[in-house]
Ligand binder design. Structure first.
Ligand code: IMP
Length: 201
């Protein structure tokens, strides 16, 4: 166990291996390229968790686009409140452009909902969400996610850019992290063994 962590987390198992990630990200890149062909596409990737996904997604796309980053953190240390603090704002205007908000994972949906509202205030032509992972069992706010990598069960995951206390972002796959003796992000919920999506069984 790593001594730099204050609790005793444990990598439990691989939920999505590297090759499944690559396949699905490549499919998403093609889908997005077709949908936004001929449009002025601005990719907005949310830091830090989506940086690996966004980098791979961009390379899987064949259409012209720009990329910009927005850094966020939970407001006043209150994760789950849905209010986030913008730690790094966009460098370029998105007014009149087709925006694709790229997120690592949508859990309750509060963060993405807040970001959607924030971006819409800047008068883009459109804003759509692309999320690598969807933990829909914990959704509080219903959000359209037209581009979604995998539906996953209610577990805490790390890797491929996602962290636990800033660790594990460099894992090339997505793994379940067992926290406080439980693999679940919520102790009273159900989970299953496999990530699920249209293309993953
Ligand atoms: P939401 O506002 O509840 O949808 O939370 C979204 C954010 O919570 C994501 O962008 C992640 O930063 C973080 N998050 C939620 N679930 C996980 C997880 O299983 N692993 C790592 N980060 C997570």
């Amino acid at each position: 166990m790593k001594s730099f962590l204050t609790t005793e987390p444990e990598l439990q198992k691989v939920l999505i291996p590297q090759n499944r990630l690559q396949e699905r990200v490549s499919e998403l890149g093609q889908e997005i390229s077709q949908a936004f062909d001929g449009k002025d596409l601005a990719i907005v990737a949310i830091l830090k968790g989506s940086f690996v996904f966004a980098a791979d997604l961009l390379r899987a796309m064949t259409t012209e686009c720009s990329i910009d980053f927005m850094g966020i953190s939970s407001y006043a240390g209150q994760p789950g409140s849905g209010v986030v603090r913008i730690t790094k704002d966009l460098d370029e205007s998105i007014a009149g452009r087709s925006v694709l908000l790229v997120e690592d994972i949508i859990d309750t949906g509060l963060t993405a909902n807040y970001l959607l509202h924030t971006l819409k205030q800047r008068k883009p032509a459109s804003v759509d969400i692309c999320a690598l992972l969807d933990k829909s069992a914990r959704r509080i706010i219903d959000l359209p996610i037209p581009y979604r990598g995998f539906e996953i069960p209610d577990v805490f995951v790390v890797g491929y850019g996602m962290d636990y206390q800033q660790h594990y972002r460099n894992l090339p796959h997505i793994a379940i992290l067992r926290l406080n003796g439980s693999p679940k992000s919520q102790p009273d919920s159900t989970d299953s063994d496999q990530a699920d999506s249209r293309n993953v069984s």
